[in-house]
Ligand binder design. Structure first.
Ligand code: COA
Length: 506
């Protein structure tokens, strides 16, 4: 057998289970539930789902697809377009799948990313028929070594009836040793998770499996799809500058030092760009306890700003991926990849006291945040881990540009058209205009700080007019219910949220 395979497939008994992706895909039947590895385009099972899509050209079937988070390799797009998905959870970020979801052609369960494992463990969700997991190696003892993400792979393997491993020879073998796999007992029979610092290891380097459950091993040779983030721009640089001002104020007040507190940063271009802004700051010796490590974290490593980073996946642009994988030794002792229920666990987020930075689509004048639904109805990506972090961290920071779509949309609105994070979970709101520190403020105080500090100048008067009119009606959180969504209906009818009387400002 090929030496590249035997070096990685070290449990000899498993050599006879190597099969083609097509054969493995042929085992999957209509109505089954599949647990696929993959988290924000990293470490996804690539070959078997691709064969499944091929099979759909001649057969009609539907399966439920559970993952860690979004998939790369266009798999969410291909599976959605092939019409083979009945239900998808807990997160996706693909435009074609988004369209199918919003057209009502497939069910999407938008779930806190720390919840999926608990729901599988407690058998609330459908049982997993096949776990299909990408690995870089299987050890002599039979530990599955995941690739660039852990996501939900350990709970999928633990609970699945059958396991298919995609042994990916293109993913760096040096990933072995990077993971820390810790499994939880069922709720009610569980002690504390003994993790008290970002760099601690509490588990094993791979996922234990009953070898009898491994039905097939598919050999693959493809790197992950690169991330689609766009580089920082002027507005995200301004947002980073405001965030740094906020951190400086915290240091001045004695609540933080220049080492800050462990940072969590969400997905997407904005969160990446804002984190990137820390490169030119005085903050150093930083720690990251996050879900995804994007380019900015490795840029900060390279500038000597970060001492340790823990997450459940690594998602990089093509250029950064080539650079990081060619120099993995440089980062190896400063990185840990954990299951997503550990990276996103409320107990740990609260204990470590994270500073969490996530992105909003829109915020309302009282600080409620919509991260998921465009104009209240159309799914964008999903809540991801933002709720896990915002509810439990030390300081929940949300960032968003003050307008979208060339100024026709104000990201600050009277009433959020969908609420993912309530006013109770939002501490700091940052736009390119400034930041609002909402801690300790009552709703009427919050409205003024958000409008003055965060709204775009062309929408300020319109927001103040709404707030003043609403305040005349009274209430702890004043609103004019019949006008609360008028900004969204105006956008739908007239293509802009801006009222005619204010349009001179455009
Ligand atoms: N209404 C309609 N569209 C809006 C909008 C609004 N209020 N605000 C932004 N958008 C659009 C942008 O115009 C852009 O559209 P495009 O793709 O057609 O260019 C798109 O939303 C993405 O916005 P962008 O400003 O490029 O930000 P991003 O890439 O950082 O993504 C989120 C922002 C909110 C979509 C993304 O961060 C997300 O899905 N968050 C939820 C999950 C999460 O926070 N996970 C983190 C835990 S790790």
């Amino acid at each position: 057998m090929d030496k590249h395979i035997t070096e990685r497939l070290r449990m000899n008994d498993l050599h006879t289970r190597i099969v083609s992706a097509d054969e493995a895909a042929s085992w999957i039947q209509d109505g089954m539930t599949l647990g696929l590895s993959g988290f924000t385009r990293a470490g996804d099972a690539k070959a078997v789902p691709t064969s499944l899509v091929e099979r759909a050209k001649t057969e009609t079937f539907k399966v439920n697809i559970f993952t860690g988070a979004s998939l790369g390799f266009d798999l969410d797009k291909l599976m959605a377009e092939a019409g083979i998905i009945n239900k998808r959870l807990p997160f996706q970020a693909d435009p074609s799948m988004r369209k199918k979801i919003n057209d009502g052609n497939l069910y999407f369960v938008d779930q806190h990313l720390s919840h999926t494992a608990e729901l599988i463990r407690s058998e609330v969700l459908d049982p997993i028929d096949y776990a299909i997991i990408e690995a870089v190696a299987i050890t002599e003892e039979g530990l599955i070594i995941p690739a660039t993400s852990v996501g939900n792979s350990s709970i999928f393997i633990e609970k699945a009836r059958n396991v298919i491993i995609e042994l990916n020879l293109a993913q760096p073998a040096e990933l072995e040793g990077l993971h820390d796999i810790y499994s939880l007992n069922e709720q009610g029979k569980r002690g504390p998770i003994m993790l008290t610092s970002v760099n601690e290891r509490i588990g094993e380097i791979g996922i234990p499996v009953d070898p009898a459950k491994i039905k097939g091993i598919v050999i693959t040779k493809s790197l992950d799809s690169s991330s689609t983030i766009v580089p920082p721009d002027e507005e995200t640089a301004q947002m980073a500058a405001h965030l740094i001002t906020f951190f400086r104020e915290e240091v001045k007040a004695g609540r933080l030092t220049n080492e800050l507190a462990p940072l969590q940063s969400g997905i997407g271009s904005v969160a990446n760009a804002v984190l990137h802004g820390l490169i030119d700051s005085e903050f150093e010796n930083l720690e990251v306890y996050s879900e995804v490590l994007q380019d900015a974290v490795f840029d900060l490593f390279d500038h000597g700003k970060i001492r340790f980073a823990s997450a459940c996946s690594i998602t990089l642009s093509e250029e950064k991926m080539n650079e990081v994988y060619a120099n993995l030794e440089k980062y190896r002792d400063k990185l840990i990849l954990r299951p997503q229920e550990i990276s996103n666990h409320p107990e740990l987020i609260r204990r470590l006291g994270l500073l969490s930075i996530n992105t909003a689509l829109e915020a309302d004048i009282y600080g409620n945040i919509n991260s998921t639904h465009v104009s209240g109805t159309k799914m964008m990506n999903g809540i991801g881990g933002s709720g896990d972090f915002a509810r439990n961290c030390r300081t929940a920071i949300f960032v968003t540009k003050s307008t979208a779509k060339n100024g026709t949309i104000s990201s600050i609105v009277p009433f959020a058209s969908h609420v993912d994070h309530t006013e109770h979970d939002v501490d700091i709101l940052v736009t390119e205009q400034g930041y609002a520190d909402l801690r300790g403020l009552a709703p009427r105080e919050r409205a003024l700080v958000i409008i003055h500090n965060c709204a775009h100048p062309m929408y300020k008067e319109q927001l103040l007019q709404y707030f003043e009119e609403a305040s005349l009606r009274g209430g702890q959180t004043p609103h004019i219910l019949e006008k609360a969504f008028s900004w969204h209906t105006r956008l739908a009818d007239q293509g802009t949220m801006l009222e005619k009387q204010f349009s001179f400002s455009l």
